[in-house]
Design a protein around this ligand. Sequence first.
Ligand SMILES: C[S@@+](CC[C@H](N)C(=O)[O-])C[C@H]1O[C@@H](n2cnc3c(N)ncnc32)[C@H](O)[C@@H]1O
Ligand SMILES: [Zn+2]
Length: 277
Amino acid sequence: MWQCPLCASPLSVQTNQPWRCDNGHSFDVAKQGYVNLLPVQFKNSLQPGDDKVMVQAREAFLNAGFYAPLIQAISADIQSHRAAGSVRAIYDAGCGEGYYLRQLSALLDDPNITYQGNDIAKNAVLRAAKQAQQHALIQHQYVVASSYHLPLKSNQIDVLLQVFAPMDTAEAVRVLNTGGLWYQVVPNQSHLQEFKTHLYDTVTPHAPEPLTDVPLLKEIDVAFVLDLTSVQKSQLFAMTPYAHSANANKRALCIDDPSSVTIDFKIYVYQLPSEQE
Ligand SMILES: C[S@@+](CC[C@H](N)C(=O)[O-])C[C@H]1O[C@@H](n2cnc3c(N)ncnc32)[C@H](O)[C@@H]1O
Ligand SMILES: [Zn+2]
């Protein structure tokens, strides 16, 4: 299932042992249970991906359940597709601290499904692995890796999640099984519109567009409003790219604004052709 990031041969994975390939490359398992499969030459900075503050904010906000409607919609759609036993391997590319995989394993409640994910941020993967340990989720595995070079063998994944994270189309198609489903979640036009009114002089709604080089099965819209405290708004704000781009004044305007916050997601569901087609 996993492949060596240096030579692409299979990695043998044994409990409490470093992961090894036949060419002598070996990768230690951290005490929290994750494995770093991001060779130093693939790193474009010392600590790529989301920083610790962003990861902590996302963990607190997501674990409070505010985005539960999103993963419930994905879970319901997976259920509607799955003939008995057809979903065995679910993978989250850019998994952050693992919220969506933890929720999916609770919702699907099937011990035969494996849940694996990568993120380029070590801080995020460490939290994903730690929380899986704390909840005794033995079907879960998390690695530090880039979604542009997934350390996965080809044609292994039945369901691929990509939630607000970058992905390479060719890599997605390579790792998915025939008939595999790919859930790509992106912000829809009204997402965080109350923040945007404080951040921009004029807000031009921006409609997302699906990829055109993979078969689009359907689009699912998930929208709702949240009444949040200012602490929760600051967590939500810290999860967004505005955390780095907005100045302190604009951030305060967003967080102190008493209005509800609009959440608006677009889920594109792509499906690779099945063998008969
Ligand atoms: C907005 S966050 C979303 C995280 C998670 N999917 C969620 O929704 O909670 C984007 C994530 O993509 C990760 N990321 C950025 N570039 C990446 C790459 N090249 N490969 C893998 N992950 C990456 C970041 O570290 C971050 O955790
Ligand atoms: Zn190797």
